[in-house]
Design a protein around this ligand. Structure first.
Ligand code: ZN
Length: 504
């Protein structure tokens, strides 16, 4: 078999697996939006069957043979060619998928499914002791997973690689550490600031149906194509790129808070725009038709949510429109007052409700603790104490109960250890990319004042979306911005914003 024939068969096979897996995506989306509660058992069987079929097809020795035949050829000579990228990233996935013993996968699936239920009970009663044995079990299995993958430096690297391929804990820490120092200092200055925005105006009555209308209008204005996607309601908002021409986003509405749904929609639409911008018509089912990493994905959602959606220029255009829709709640509100209210900063317990300034402190705390746990430097039993003392140091407030502290996130019970840093990577990349877009596109933010987002979207498409997995996150960032990942662009952006709002 020629290398080209091997490559062609490889692509045919992985495209078929992706097609099968996309059926699971539709079912997964429906499970979280419309499925009646009693359908849960059947749905879990359906999804389990599909996942098992995909796994079996993908880990078959035939895929390994085809990869080996295609690798030893000219196809990989130019590392950024379509074939070389598809071969490199399929090899990466294949190695990860075949290294885990079946028994370990099964034990992990069973344990995390039970652990999530027990975590729910523990959180409800704020009872860490109830969760402790489960955390110990999940951690033990996760360490075995890291060992099975193999690692350099420390086992956390093997876990991180599953979400942010090629990233290492050392390079992340070099950026996270100065970020934390600067954020703690910035937060302290904001809290002592003489000027404070009036947050109450976004906590008025906002009719849910009108919020949907306004949210869809905003999503469409920034480029989300409703003939190739839709918006629905869920409990924990998400975006799923099912395939070419089909990207689903979700949100939830709070009738007494304007921010939750609107910025949630902009966030998920940002993920959606990335999915829509990848050339899936040509590359669906192959790495060239996939997003780079969770961090890069999050950079897209955060950019539309924050750099665009929480900018003053955006509201110069959209506030008058919002005022026509929410007549009573927004009557007489100025752009400055509104801009201040949506950017209000306050230390709070819950990560998912955090503002742009404190959000990353939540992530850095989790990253530090889970890394120490995986390394064996921190025992699960010591988590609440360590969490609370760091929280006091970073946020300046005491945690009142574990439900508001170490028990708030589902991640550890679900076995998602190594996932948290991708949220902050997303924020760092978003600031760095946006800075470069501003330098490349004259008058970019003034375009927002006219409701024009097409140039930013076109820039993102050419520089990021269309490449699929051509570059790893680190190289993509360097290539697009000419700089390595740094905490500076994010800190400078935040300092500039809060200097105006808080007069600091
Ligand atoms: Zn996101």
């Amino acid at each position: 078999m020629t290398p080209q024939a091997a490559y062609d068969e490889l692509i045919k096979q992985i495209k078929e697996i992706s097609l099968l897996s996309s059926c699971g995506s539709v079912l997964g989306w429906e499970e979280r939006t419309y499925m009646p509660r009693q359908g849960a058992g059947l749905r879990s069987d359906q999804l389990g069957l599909l996942a098992g079929m995909c796994h079996e097809k993908f880990t078959s020795p035939r895929i390994g043979e085809l990869l080996a035949a295609a690798e030893a050829s000219d196809l990989t000579k130019d590392p950024t060619s379509v074939a070389a990228v598809n071969i490199r990233e399929t090899r990466h996935q294949y190695n990860r998928a075949t290294k885990l013993p079946k028994e370990l996968v099964e034990e992990l699936t069973k344990t995390t499914s039970l652990a999530q239920g027990e975590w729910g009970i523990a959180r409800k009663n704020s009872d860490f002791k109830h969760f402790l044995p489960w955390l110990e079990k999940v951690l033990g299995l996760t360490r075995k997973v890291a060992d099975a993958y193999g690692w350099k430096g420390e086992p956390y690297n093997a876990l991180l690689d599953g979400y942010e391929p090629g990233a290492t804990v050392d390079e992340i820490e070099r950026v996270f550490e100065p970020l934390r120092v600067d954020l703690v200092e910035l937060l302290a200055r904001i809290q002592k600031a003489p000027k404070k925005p009036d947050v109450s105006l976004i906590e008025r009555e906002y009719n849910v149906e009108l919020q949907r209308v306004f949210g869809e209008m905003v999503a469409a204005a920034i480029g989300f194509d409703f003939t190739a996607g839709r918006l629905d309601i869920t409990t924990h908002p998400f975006c799923t790129g099912i395939g070419p021409g089909d990207t689903r986003i979700t949100t939830r509405y709070n009738p007494r808070r304007f921010n939750d749904a609107l910025f949630g929609i902009m966030h998920e639409a940002g993920h959606g725009l990335y999915e829509m911008g990848i050339d899936k018509k040509t590359h669906f089912g192959t790495p060239m038709g996939e997003a780079v990493s969770l961090g890069i994905h999050e950079s897209q959602s955060r950019m539309w949510e924050n750099q665009v959606g929480r900018s003053k220029e955006f509201w110069v255009y959209f506030l008058p429109q919002a005022q026509r829709i929410f007549r009573e709640s927004l009557a007489g509100v100025s752009v400055d007052a509104f801009y201040g209210a949506i950017n209000y900063v306050t230390p709070s317990y819950i990560r998912v409700e955090a503002d742009e300034c404190t959000y990353n402190l939540h992530i850095l705390l989790r990253f530090e603790l889970e890394r120490a746990m995986v390394k064996g430097d921190l025992k699960p039993t010591d988590i609440p104490g360590e969490w609370n003392s760091r929280f006091k140091k970073y946020f300046g407030i005491d945690v009142d109960k574990d439900a508001n502290g170490c028990l708030q996130d589902v991640h550890w019970s679900a076995g998602l250890i190594g996932y948290f840093p991708t949220y902050t990577l997303g924020n760092l990349f978003s600031a760095q990319f946006f800075g470069k877009a501003k330098a490349d596109i004259p008058g970019l933010t003034q375009q927002f004042e006219r409701g024009d987002f097409s140039k930013l979207l076109a820039w993102l498409r050419t520089n990021i979306h269309e490449h699929g997995q051509r570059y790893r996150a680190r190289d993509l960032g360097q290539k697009v911005t000419g700089q390595p990942l740094s905490h500076k662009p994010l800190i400078d952006y935040l300092k500039g914003k809060y200097a105006e709002i808080y007069g600091i």
